[in-house]
Design a binder for this molecule. Structure first.
Ligand code: KIV
Length: 277
């Protein structure tokens, strides 16, 4: 018996999840095999994050990745995910300079198969969000710890700790809502701050490191799978596998067997004469 075909997740399906009080499951993926597995596992949304700069390319920060590099990751993930809602993350300076840049680059992701795009910032990017929404593109905002503004924020720091800071986040969230965004991602906020933002707007509000009072949880797949090769280890990450250690063990075992002559064994070799047909 074949597995039941589950319908593709849409913005309406995400709104229905929220209305039923069910949490949306959101992970990053950048490559075909990971996205296939996330989709098969029933993940609702996949973010092709510009975190690919760090997770996939070993760069020190997200700002160095280009549209052309992101397009390769986006293309691979969109081909892999028949069910999940795929969000393409607009890289640094692909939308900030002008409305025309935002619409052209977001449109490129949509043409590659994305259901929506994400961009960082609040009121200051609202005109770009309006331009993309007017072009028929679903836009997710991103507030709180926004890695493309790391210099301004002074590093990877928790945001929204004071009442005034949360008031500013709410103003930004409202600006994004007024500009036509359908959803908002909040990153690295105390749970109470995320709850205040969620209650202040009618957007779907997802969180990463923002506690439980949001409409769904995002994690970076490399963090939860134990695949990230780097120094950053955020407090909010829970490890569900140790893929990196498994991969290292496998390479070490292979190296030992090649060096000892244990691999290849007879069963890995082609016979000289094919079996009789
Ligand atoms: O690029 C990304 O993965 C992101 C998350 C850190 C939210 O934007």
């Amino acid at each position: 018996m074949s597995a039941p075909v589950r319908p593709r997740v849409t913005t309406h399906a995400l709104a229905r999840l929220r209305a039923r009080g069910e949490k949306a499951v959101f992970v990053t993926a950048y490559d075909y095999p990971t996205a296939v597995r996330a989709d098969r596992a029933g993940v609702d949304l996949i973010l092709v994050g510009d975190s690919a700069a760090m997770t996939m390319m070993g760069l020190p920060a997200t700002v160095a990745i280009t549209m052309d590099e992101m397009a390769v990751f986006v293309k691979s993930v969109c081909r892999a995910a028949p069910r999940a809602f795929v969000v393409g993350d607009l890289p640094f300076l692909s939308y900030q300079p002008a409305d025309a840049d935002a619409v052209r680059n977001a449109g490129r992701f949509v043409a590659l198969g994305c259901d929506a795009v994400k961009c960082e910032g609040g009121a200051r990017v609202a005109p770009r969000v309006r331009a993309m929404a007017d072009a028929g593109i679903a836009v997710m905002g991103h507030l709180g710890l926004t890695p493309q503004s790391l210099g301004q924020l002074g590093g990877y720091r928790v945001q929204g700790r004071s009442r005034a800071a949360v008031d500013r986040l709410i103003d930004d969230a409202r600006a994004l809502e007024d500009a036509g965004a359908f959803a908002l991602l909040v990153e690295a906020l105390p749970p109470e701050a995320a709850a205040r933002v969620r209650d202040a707007v009618d957007l779907l509000v997802y969180g990463i490191g923002a506690g439980p009072h949001v409409d769904g949880q995002l994690v970076i797949s490399h963090d939860m799978l134990g695949q990230f090769v780097g120094e950053i280890a955020p407090r909010f990450v829970k490890r569900y596998a140790d893929v990196g250690a498994d991969v290292e063990r496998a390479f070490a075992a292979y190296a030992a067997e090649v060096r000892s002559g244990a691999f290849p064994a007879p069963e890995h070799c082609y016979p000289a004469a094919p079996a009789a047909d």
